[in-house]
Design a protein around this ligand. Sequence first.
Ligand code: FMN
Ligand code: SF4
Length: 408
Amino acid sequence: MILNDPKIALARAGKINPASIEEFINTGGFESVKKALKMNRGDLLDYAEKSGLKGRGGAGFPTGMKQRFTSSSCQTCENRYVVCNADEGEPGTYKDRFIMESDPFLLIEGMILAAYSINANYAYVYLRGEYYQSIDNIKNAIKLSYENGFLGQNILNSGYNLDMDIYLGGGSYLCGEELTLLESLEGKRGYPRIKPPFPAEKGLWEFPTLVNNVETFSHLPFIVNNGFETYSQTGTAESKGTKIFCVSGNVQKPGIYEFPFGITLRELIFDIAGGMKSDFSFKGALLGGAAGTFVNETLLDTPLAYETLKKEGATLGSGAVIVIDDKTDLKKMLSSILSFFKHESCGKCVPCRIGTTILYDKISSTDFTADDLKFMLAEAEYMAKNSLCPLGQSPVLPVKSFLKWFVL
Ligand SMILES: Cc1cc2nc3c(=O)[nH]c(=O)nc-3n(C[C@H](O)[C@H](O)[C@H](O)COP(=O)(O)O)c2cc1C
Ligand code: SF4
């Protein structure tokens, strides 16, 4: 069965010229901003909360709750910020780039809604420096939004002011982590901060800051235009709306696909991505990128949703679906993930700096046996408990799931 495919973040993709604000407006663009600016901020916060939208950057934190925390913390602060995380460093993930390349104004529209709802007057897009087309598109979209009165002073004569700018990331995976990103945005070296405090409390320059992913912001206009009831009817019990899946590997039609949560891996790979290429058969998948989890054919019919995957010890993460075939060298694949973590560890704390090296050295050793995986799991679990930031807590996910689903 192929599910219906209502699109939200990719509704205009390929249908309009992404550089044209006229085409965006003619297809309903900025309608939600007109509606929202007449609404009470509390009602707007309710919209996000009641929709059930969860962050699409990987952790799946409820978006409305984050907006509410940010809007209510530090009532004496004279500034409040909105930051879009467009760093997209997770291996196998390329959905944010696609949104920014195909519908950049949608992101701006979503950010205006979020900024208005928490009463922020400044917003930044922290954008991966190698995403040249996205950079051009977002710069153009910001410029045209200013020229047409959707950004700047007194937006649409509402009395509300919002300035927006873009900041380019230098290529560090760790700078996608929200607090590290804020350090980098402040012009400092990309080292993580200790949590708490969370950005909602003390973020950019110590002011309350709402950090969300590109895909997350892109859902807000739909929710405001169509109502939270309509939005929450799509998806599953605890995973509302649609999700973009980035399918790669030896399938017939690798690419990005937006579907409601609840679609199964079998439907995604065999119905939508056309199945395996000839001469290859399905062995499993890595869900969520390097900081994700391996699954095998046992989970082919499990609905892809936060709650169902969690029960299986798996995660959807950023939405990467890296398909593994029968000819894939599994040890090499795990080794490549561990080499990535070793390279991206910032070295600030010992458990991660030394731990990522131990894991990589172990899997690369000439006398490696499958039994060594158990030692590696113990090491990864130790790192997860003792590392300073979530990067050091990540290797346990691929190592543990690898042991669960595969035999070397
Ligand atoms: C090492 C690391 C890298 C991350 N990279 C990204 C990223 O590139 N893009 C992103 O949106 N979130 C990334 N995150 C998650 C962010 O810290 C944060 O949870 C997210 O931006 C919040 O937005 P959301 O609630 O809309 O998902 C990363 C987290 C970690 C630990
Ligand atoms: S866990 Fe790793 S990436 Fe995070 S601070 Fe420690 S060394 Fe740096």
